[in-house]
Design a protein around this ligand. Structure first.
Ligand SMILES: [Fe+2]
Length: 289
């Protein structure tokens, strides 16, 4: 389930691999990384000023969260913004069809050690899950995440138990996930439209949005994290070396980060209409072959 990217093969091959539930791995990050002094600042200089588990830059509002001192926040803001724009330009250049009309989301730095954080189950990154929702409801749009291991000396370690399609076929019924009837009723559609418009001015308005699709994805996400027999079953392990990068549709591939510290994570919402292969939406709607 790992597709090792060759920069000569072209981005169409990458988007196909993503859609087929693979992790596209770049043994060396294909995007220029922040300057060494800025990397040192992210890894070490930020620590006294952290006020959240992630430091995140929001492109629409051009706003940084997670850092409390103005000077440190200003520097982190500049670094993450520049990184986000490089990642975005790289992906749009490589995969013009797949990224058409997409919505760039946050660019985050994850400063904490992932191993043994003992977070509540539904917030834990150490339990295998598929992502459900990002900035509120996705209505079937896809969640693409581009990761960089910024730790100079340690791997970032993931485990996976397979693609959404595999897991849904195997565990969907047991998890109580309904199939079919995904078209939201008219009032739901109108409500989402209102929230989407309001969300341009008030980003939190989109977070309360939901849809039948998003509720089913959330249910499956929670079932995975709440089912010890599922968590203890076999998994595949991936060790991402220092300064390597990887991207994945995190709603389409189960994953957990079990070890590692200091990663950059950029999120993008890819329109469902750009997908050429089977999607979680099609599967949940009962539209797939
Ligand atoms: Fe996740």
């Amino acid at each position: 389930m790992l597709h090792v990217a060759d920069t000569a093969e072209g981005g169409e091959r990458w988007s196909e691999a993503l859609e087929r539930g693979q992790i596209v791995h770049f043994p060396r990050c294909p995007v220029a990384l922040p300057e060494p002094a800025d990397q040192d600042f992210l890894r070490g200089g930020l620590a006294p000023f952290l006020k959240a588990k992630n430091v995140s830059w929001y492109p629409r509002a051009d706003r940084l969260t997670g850092v409390q001192a103005a000077e440190a926040a200003g520097r982190a803001h500049r670094i993450l913004r520049a990184h986000a724009l490089r990642v975005r330009a790289f992906l749009e250049g490589a995969m013009p069809g797949f990224t058409r009309g997409w919505e760039p989301g946050t660019s985050s730095f994850r400063p904490l050690e992932e191993k043994g954080r003992a977070l509540p189950a539904h917030a834990s990154n150490e339990l295998v899950h598929v992502d459900a929702g990002a900035y509120g409801a996705t209505h079937g749009d896809r969640i693409l995440r581009f990761f960089v291991n910024l730790n100079p000396g340690r791997d970032r370690v993931w485990i996976s138990k397979g693609s959404f399609a595999e897991l849904w076929r195997k565990h969907g019924a047991e998890a109580g996930i309904l199939q079919g009837g995904l078209e939201p009723a008219l009032p739901g559609k109108i409500w989402s439209g209102i929230l989407k418009t309001a969300g341009r001015a008030f980003p939190m308005a989109r977070v309360i949005d939901t849809s039948p699709y998003d509720r089913r994805m959330r249910r499956f996400h929670n079932w995975m994290k709440d089912t010890p027999a599922f968590q203890s079953g076999p998994s595949q392990r991936f060790a991402f070396a220092p300064f390597s990068a990887w991207m994945v549709l995190t709603d389409g591939v189960s994953h957990a980060c079990i070890e590692g510290q200091h990663a950059l994570v950029d999120t993008f919402i890819v329109p469902l209409r750009n997908c050429r292969f089977e999607t979680p939406y099609q599967l949940l709607a009962g539209l797939s072959a």
